[in-house]
Design a protein around this ligand. Structure first.
Ligand SMILES: Cc1cc2nc3c(=O)[nH]c(=O)nc-3n(C[C@H](O)[C@H](O)[C@H](O)COP(=O)(O)OP(=O)(O)OC[C@H]3O[C@@H](n4cnc5c(N)ncnc54)[C@H](O)[C@@H]3O)c2cc1C
Length: 389
């Protein structure tokens, strides 16, 4: 029996469930099918802004329509777990890595088509309504680059993203936002393809308009098996100097208010519920454990504020709750809560993904005990005991 025949047999046996990539022969077959751009055991921790975490069993650089076709063929035959990785600025990968196929966009999928002088350039000025301009971008393009390139074209509406270090695809998936705007405000439509070979939409390039994206705070309809390939942004003609001023102000604000180093931006989403609705009967549930027992010398920094005093109509940000729980500067191993912004976790040299994960769990527990609020993750985590903490 040839290797291919053996694989087809295995594939039929596994039918609708994902295969494990522990068999090196299967890995070889998949890599051969993907061709150029495929790598085995590629470290993907360094591709995240935390700079921690292990390898992807298979990594594929998707840079052209031809490579997309090869990807479809492979996924049609081999049901493997998929991870789409953008700029890794909202991603924590476990130290044991990802036993699947990680896909990263580049080449053709990381260009602003409108500003490209190549023959493929498509700039949809002619479709503009009034002063609006539609700009078509590859989803692998970094959002700060899009912000600067559109401002250079005297277009306004995307300046807010200059400090969001993700790709446009990641931004659409997350409905990234800041400074009073978010992707849902400026997206016209996205081209999305399902990589789930068991889905009816598999390998179909769908144009999904913003109104159909089910956008809400840091949420969209994009599933983990979906790949955003292109996004068209709806921007407006404006004064270039005004937009440049806005960019500078945003960059200065970020420098002033957010830490540098290795982090993923906000770890938790901001709760949307006022404290009053969370019930001030939480007073007595304030944690009694001294911080020293949790491995910190922060005993005296634990807040003494009773819940009743906080039980007003204020919606506290995740950062404020973490700070009020006395956790600013608290660390597990080499992962620590930033002293500049309590919703940021810093991964210092020698940090492991497990350190970051353990710190996340500790923060959730401490804030819940103190305020009755279970903080929800904004960062996507992968490969831990419980990826849905
Ligand atoms: C210093 C710093 C500041 C930040 N500030 C902000 C901020 O102000 N506002 C904000 O919203 N976020 C912020 N972030 C978080 C992050 O930049 C955003 O969430 C961003 O949208 C993630 O994009 P990414 O390409 O890095 O996605 P990744 O981290 O690579 O992935 C995040 C999720 O998106 C999915 N994904 C990525 N690309 C695609 C694609 N092409 N198709 C389908 N799914 C995809 C991944 O599978 C994963 O589920 C910050 C991060 C850092 C490090």
């Amino acid at each position: 029996m040839t290797l291919e025949e053996r694989f087809l047999l295995i594939n039929r046996e596994v039918s609708q469930s994902s295969i494990s990539l522990s068999d090196p022969e299967i890995v070889k077959l998949i890599v051969r099918g993907l061709g150029d751009g495929a790598q085995v055991d590629k470290p993907i921790g360094p591709l995240t802004t935390f700079r921690v975490g292990g390898n992807a069993r298979i990594f594929f650089e998707l840079d052209s329509e031809h490579s997309l076709e090869r990807l479809f063929e492979v996924l049609n035959s081999y049901l493997v777990p998929i991870l789409v990785i953008g700029n890794g600025s909202n991603l924590l990968v476990s130290d044991s890595g990802f036993d699947g196929l990680a896909i990263h966009l580049s080449g053709k999928f990381s260009e602003v088509s409108g500003f490209d002088s190549s023959e493929n350039a498509q700039y949809f000025d002619n479709q503009a309504r009034g002063p609006e301009r539609i700009v078509l971008c590859g989803a692998g393009l970094a959002m700060p680059v899009v912000a600067r390139k559109t401002v250079a074209r005297s277009l306004t509406g995307f300046e807010w993203a200059v400090g969001v270090p993700g790709t446009l695809g990641g931004g659409v998936a997350m409905n990234a936002g800041g400074h009073g705007s978010q992707i849902s405000d400026c997206l016209e439509k996205a081209t999305i393809v399902s990589l789930d070979a068991t889905s009816d939409n598999f390998a179909l390039l769908r144009q999904v308009f913003a109104a159909e994206m089910d956008f809400s705070y840091r949420h969209s309809c994009v599933q983990s098996s979906d790949l955003v390939l292109w996004a068209s942004l709806k921007l407006a003609k404006a004064s270039r100097s005004d937009s440049e001023k806005k960019l500078s102000e945003i960059v200065a604000w970020r420098r002033e208010n957010q830490p540098g180093g290795h982090n993923c931006g906000s770890v938790f989403t901001n709760p949307q519920t006022p404290m009053a609705e969370l019930g001030s009967d939480m007073i007595n549930q304030a944690p009694q454990t001294p911080m020293a027992e949790l491995g910190s010398d922060m005993i005296n920094q634990a807040p003494q504020t009773p819940m009743a005093e906080l039980g007003d109509d204020t919606i506290y940000s995740a950062g404020a709750l973490i700070e009020m729980a006395g956790l600013k500067g608290f660390s597990v191993g080499q992962a620590s809560v930033s002293t500049k912004h309590a919703n940021f976790i810093q991964a210092d040299p020698g940090c492991s993904a497990q350190n970051v994960y353990d710190l996340i769990l500790t923060i959730q527990e401490r804030v819940e005990m103190r305020f009755g609020v279970r903080l929800k993750l904004e960062v996507k985590i992968l490969g831990f005991d419980n990826d849905a903490v």
